[in-house]
Write a protein that binds this ligand. Sequence first.
Ligand code: Q9C
Ligand code: ZN
Length: 721
Amino acid sequence: MIVFMLLCFLYIYISVCIFLLYKKRVDAWCLNHVTSPTLPLLANCELSKMNPDTTTALIYDEEMTKYKLLWVDPACKIEVPERLTVSYEALVKTGLADRCVSVPVREATDEEILLVHSEEYLEAVKQTPYMTLEDLQMFTLQYGDVYFHPNIYHCAKLASGAALQLVDSVMTGKVRNGMALVRPPGHHSKRSAANGFCVFNNVSIAAKYAKQKYGVKRILIVDWDVHHGQGVQYCFEEDPSVLYFSWHRYEHQKFWPNLRESDYDSVGKAEGAGFNINVPWNKVGLENSDYLSVFFHVLLPVAYEFCPDLVFVCAGFDAAIGDPEGEMCATPDVFAHLTHLLMNLADGKVCAVLEGGYNLKSLPQSVCETVQTLLGDPLPRPANLKGPCKSALESLHCVRATHRKYWSCLKHADKLPSDELSTKPVKSAEGEAEEKTETEELVWPDPLKRISPNVRTAALVPEGVTCPEGCRLFCSSQEPEPNLIKQLQESSGLDTADAAALTSLSSLISLMDKVKKAEIRSGLALVPDVSIAMNCVVQHAASSSSSNRMLIVLLSEKMAKSCITEDGKTMLVQFSRRSLEAEMTKYYIPVCLKQGCSGVSGLIHAVLSLLLPLGYEFDPGLVLLVRAPDCRVSERAWQQLTGLLQGLAQGHTLVLMQESERSSVAPTVSSLLGTPAPSLGPLSALGSEDVEAPEKLRLKLQRHWKLLQTTVSENKCDDDG
Ligand code: Q9C
Ligand code: ZN
C-alpha cells in the first residue's frame, strides 16, 4: 500500500514537473503550439499573454554574468556582473519578467559575427578562452577601456545571439517588441577592435542580420546610452538604409572616447549623408527636459520622415541619474517616455538591447521602466518639466542646423551661428583636471508604481453600434442627477424635452469621471454632436472643484476659443486650416495647417514638434481628444495622434467622435488599447508652408512654454547653464 502511494505520488510529481516544463516552453514558443490540446488548461490571462500582438520578449541568460575583471583597472572596474543580476532580479521582483515571453539566448555564429567584424579580429578573440591571465592582460592592452576573461568570448557570442533571437521573435511576429539583457555590451566595438567594454557589436550585427534575413528596408537605431556608439556609426556611416541616432556626453571632445567624429557635424558619408545624427552633450547634469526636447525637435520628426520598418535601441542606462560615467540627472522614468515615443514607429517593432549603465540602483529602475512600457502599462506623469538648459539648447540648435539640408522637417530650423561652433575644443579656464567629488551619494525618489486600471478602454456608443473587441461597453449605472441634467441643458443648449440626448450626455460625463478617477484608463464616445458634447465636458470639468488639468486636442474647423478660461486648468490645441493666430493665447493654441488635418506629413510634424512638447510641459491629468466630422484626418495619422497622446495623463484619454464616423471606432479603440498605430509609410516631403506656420507659432509660444525652445533664445530667458 505504502509503496503504491509513493508510486502515485512520484507519478503526480513527475507529471507536474513535465507540465511546468512544457508550460515554460509554451510560454517561449507559444505560437507553434496554438492547436496543442494542453492550451485549454491555461487560464485566460495566460492566453492573452501569448497573444503575439501584445507580447514582449525578454531575453536573458545567467551565463552572461560569468565573466569579470581579473586584474586592477580603474577604467573597467564599473563593468561588473551584478549589472545584469540586479536588472534581472528587479524584473522578477516586480512581476515584469513573468509578463514577458522568455526567449532563450543562443550563440551568434561566425558567419553572423562576420557581418560586422573582420576575420582576423574574430580569430584573435577566439583564442582568448585558452589564454593565461598574463596573455589576457597583454591581449587587452591593444584595445581601449575593455578587458578580456576566459569566458568573455562565449558571453559575447551569447550577447550578439540574444540580439538575433530578439530580431527573429519580433520579425516573425512571435512578439511585438522586446528587450535583451546582455553582457558584454556592443556599441563601441569596431570591425577589428574591442573597445569600451564591448567585444562584438550586438546591435550592428542584429541590424545587418535583419536586413539580410528579413529584407528589412529601413532601420532606425536609437542610441540613448550616454557614450557615443562610435562602432555603430562606423558600421553604417555610408548606409542610408540605417539611420543612427546617438546622444552622448562629449564636453567639447574632452570626454571619452574623445573623438572628433562624435560631434554634430558627422552626418554620415557618401550615400549615407544625413543618416547619422550625433547630439553631443557639452555639460553634465542634464535632465529629463533636455532629453525629451531632443526627441521632440530632432529624433521624432526625422524618424517619422524616415519611416523605419524596425527600431533598435542601444539601451544603455548610464545617461540616468547616479551613473558614475554619465553624471547626468535624468530620472529612470524618463526611459518610459523615450520608449513610448518610439513604440508607434515601425508598427511597434522595437528591439531594445542593453548597453551601459553602472549605477546599480538607477540601472534596474531604468530597465524596469523600459520593459514595463514595452508591455503597454500606463506611463508615469511627465512631471516638472522645464525648458532645456542653455548648453543642451546649443547642441539642439547645432544638430538641427546641420541636418536641415537632409530632412524636410528641419528645413526651417535656424541656421548655424557661424562664430559659435560647439566643436571647437574649449580650454578649461581654471587649470586641467577638475577633481571629481565622488563622495556624496546622490538620492532620488523611487519611481512610482504604474498601476493599470481594471478597465483599459470603455466605449459609449449608440445602440446598434458594436463595441470593438477588447473594449468594454460603457453603461452608466446611476440615474442622471437632476442637477447635472440642468447644467448639461445649459451648456448644450438642448431643450428639456430632449431627454434622451441629455441622458446620453450625462453618461458621457460619468464616463469622463470614471476616466478621471482612474477606474477606467481611457474612453471613447460616439456622440450626435461633438461640439455640444465637448462643451458639456469642458463646462463640467470647469465646474468641478478638482485641480486636475485638462488638455483638449481638437481637430475641427470651428473656432473653439470660448471654452478656455486662461486659468491654467485647461489648454486647447486646435488643428485646422484656418489661420486663427490672432486669437492665440497661452492656453488657446490654434495650429494652422495648409492642408488641414488631411495632410499627413503636416499634421504629424505639428503633433511632434508642437503638441507633444506643449502637452508634456502642461502635464494634464486628462486628455480630451475631439474629432469633428469636418476635419478629414486620415485614419492612420489619427491613430498615431491617439497613440502618442497616451504618454500624457497616464493614458487617461477621452475621445469624442461624431456618430456618423462609426467606422473609425475600431481603429481608435485599437490605438487606445495600445496597439501600435500602423506605419504611415515614408512621409511626403513637408512643404515650406507645413513647416513655416508651426515654426512661427513655436517662436511665439516659447516664452510661455520652454519645451518649445530649440535655440538659445534671443528673448533672453535666464535659464541655467
Ligand atoms: N571615465 C559602455 O557604456 N571608460 N561603455 C571611460 C572615462 C569607458 C562605456 C573612462 C567607458 C565605456 C557600453
Ligand atoms: Zn555607455
